[in-house]
Every structure is written in structure tokens, then in C-alpha cells.
Design a protein around this ligand. Structure first.
Ligand code: GDP
Ligand code: MG
Length: 312
């Protein structure tokens, strides 16, 4: 192994819908490798590994979609303050292209300032920045506007880097990787570059279903939902049978999740299946159930997905 090899932990933060999952998909693509680290009692993180055998290994923490849907702004702050900043080397903060910096952003900046960690700001969705009507100076106007966003954020925090990018189109995403490597310490290869083990795969499958459900439900469920994988087996012909349960807190929520004549559940199922088939690279037969469990805890459910019995 070369002496210039770098490795470390990176966390991706940002409001819901800013493009975190899209960026992860864009960065990792086919290289996705889910680590098999045993879950600790208090912490249970999804880790996604980006390996470049020449440059190093980036371990992304808390991605994708581990941020909770409940009380969006509040939860998001808690995540940043108490959990996300532990044991990381570099922070990547995604924002929308806007000069408006709200109270949420101010608060996050405050936490980040205290952490003393290098923060890379990614101004995502740069492709949506509108070109002004003035035909004669389309390109210039665009660039000027991007500079305004950069300026607004520069005043907020002393960022290590500010990168305008489009996660969706892959514009400038290589630069994000380059800049992460720039701030990563020298270190060893933590994980095998292409190990995908069964247990964490289950957790990713659960996370995909959860994300599709939250997306389809469009914030109709105030207290969030959890997903457990009851069984996941591959047949000899390659088809994977998956049985999963969506857990909610109230009977009324159960009704919403199932939808009229089961329409909502069907939509969640087919959206999730599409994504899981890409992950598993094969046909999937997905069966979804909905259960009400009052006061469920996210951590318990995640432990169950790792094959641990909560009551043990
Ligand atoms: P997350 O909640 O932060 O994980 O956000 P997602 O990755 O799920 O993205 C939310 C929505 O924004 C999706 O519809 C994406 O297609 C869209 N999106 C993400 N990145 C970009 C981008 O660079 N440009 C545009 N136009 N849309 C984007
Ligand atoms: Mg997401």
C-alpha cells in the first residue's frame, strides 16, 4: 500500500430533499459497498464506503436517509449537534442554491463552528439556477448568481471549500471527492473494497422501503415510520423474496399507509422494489405488511434488522 493513502470518516448533512441520497448514488454508483461492522449498543450507523485504491478510502456515515422525518427541523438540529459530528474527519454540508440563509442554517453553522472540523459546502441543484431573460448575457448572469450564493454562505462560516454542483447531473461531483481527499488524514484501508454482506444489505433494503414510504406519504405521517425485514431469501432461480413490515404509531396512520384499496401500499412497494432490484441486481418479490406499534424506538428496530432480538 502506498504511503500517501488517506482514509477517514465523512458525514453528509443537509435538510431533507436537498439531494443527499442523490449525491451518494452519484458518488458511489456501482462501487457501493456496505460495511459489515457489528452494531454497537448505542450506535448503529449505515456506512457507505468509497474506495479509490490509489488515493484512499472514504467512509460515509449516516447515509442515506437516516435522518428522521419527525419534526424535520428539530430532529435535524439534534442530529447535527449530538450524533453526526462524533468521530468524523470531514463534514460535507449540502444546501440549496439560495441567498436566503434561515435560522436552521444559522444553528447548524454554529454547531459546525464549534466542531473545528473542515466543512465542505456543496451548493447543490446548481442546474436549477434560472437563466435570466436577457438573451445577450445568459451565461454571465448564471455565474453571477452562483457567486451571490457563495458570498452569502461565505459570511456564515469559514468553509474549507465551497463547491457548486449538481448531484443529479453529476456536475462537479468529482470535485467533491477530490476535496474530501484533500482534507482526509493519512491512514490505512479500513474495509475490504468490495465486500457486501447479507445483514447490512437487509438494513439497506429496510431503509429503501422506509424512504419510498416517506416519499409517497408526503409527510402525512407526523411521527414517522420504521421498517423491519421479516425475511429475505434468494431462490435458486435468482429471485429474492422479501417480507417487510412497515411500523407506525397509530391506527389512523396504518390506514393512510395502506391507502384506498391498498393503493398507497402498492405504490410504496413498487417504488421500493425497483430500487431494491438495482441494489441486489436481480428480480425481487416484495411483500409488505403494516403494523401499529405504539412508542417504537428506531434503535430497537435497527437492531432487529441486524438479526438481534430486542428482548435479549
Ligand atoms: P435527500 O432527502 O437529501 O436525500 O434528497 P434526495 O436525494 O432524495 O433528493 C430530493 C429531490 O431532489 C429528488 O427529486 C432529486 O431528484 C432532486 N435532486 C437532487 N439533486 C439534484 C440536483 O442536483 N438538481 C436537481 N435539479 N434536482 C436534484
Ligand atoms: Mg435521502
Amino acid at each position: 500500500m502506498n504511503a500517501n493513502f488517506k482514509s477517514g470518516f465523512v458525514t453528509l448533512i443537509g435538510r431533507p430533499n436537498v439531494g443527499k441520497s442523490t449525491l451518494m448514488n452519484q458518488l458511489i454508483g456501482q462501487k457501493i459497498a456496505i460495511t459489515s461492522k457489528k452494531p454497537q449498543t448505542t450506535r448503529n450507523r449505515i456506512q457507505t464506503v468509497y474506495t479509490d485504491t490509489d488515493r484512499g478510502q472514504i467512509v460515509f456515515l449516516d447515509t442515506p436517509g437516516i435522518h428522521k422525518a419527525k419534526n424535520k427541523l428539530g430532529e435535524y438540529m439534534v442530529t447535527v449537534a449530538e450524533r453526526t459530528l462524533q468521530d468524523v474527519d470531514v463534514i460535507v454540508w449540502l444546501v440549496e442554491p439560495s441567498t436566503f440563509i434561515g435560522a436552521g442554517e444559522q444553528h447548524i453553522a454554529e454547531q459546525l463552528r464549534k466542531s473545528n472540523l473542515p466543512v465542505i459546502l456543496v451548493i447543490n441543484k446548481i442546474d436549477t439556477v434560472k437563466v435570466q431573460e436577457d438573451i445577450n448575457k445568459t451565461d454571465t448572469v448564471k455565474k453571477e448568481e452562483v457567486l451571490l450564493f457563495i458570498d452569502a454562505y461565505r459570511k456564515l462560516l469559514d468553509f474549507a471549500e465551497i463547491i457548486p454542483a449538481s448531484a443529479l447531473h453529476g456536475d462537479n461531483t468529482d470535485t467533491i471527492i477530490d476535496m474530501i481527499f484533500k482534507y482526509l488524514p493519512y491512514g490505512p484501508m479500513f474495509y475490504d473494497e468490495d465486500t457486501v454482506t447479507d445483514q447490512p444489505e437487509r438494513q439497506i433494503v429496510a431503509e429503501i422501503i422506509r424512504e419510498k414510504a416517506l416519499h409517497a406519504l408526503d409527510e402525512e405521517i407526523p411521527h414517522g415510520i420504521a421498517v423491519t425485514i421479516e425475511s429475505m431469501k434468494q431462490r435458486k432461480n435468482g429471485i429474492t423474496d422479501i417480507e417487510a413490515t412497515i411500523i407506525c404509531e397509530r391506527d389512523s396512520h396504518k390506514g393512510i399507509i395502506i391507502g384506498k384499496g391498498g393503493a398507497m401500499l402498492k405504490k410504496i412497494g413498487s417504488n421500493a422494489r425497483f430500487e431494491i432490484e438495482k441494489l441486489l441486481e436481480g428480480k425481487v418479490n416484495l411483500r409488505l405488511w403494516v403494523k401499529v406499534r405504539k412508542g417504537w424506538r428506531d434503535s430497537d428496530i435497527q437492531m432487529k434488522n441486524f438479526g438481534y432480538n430486542i428482548n435479549e
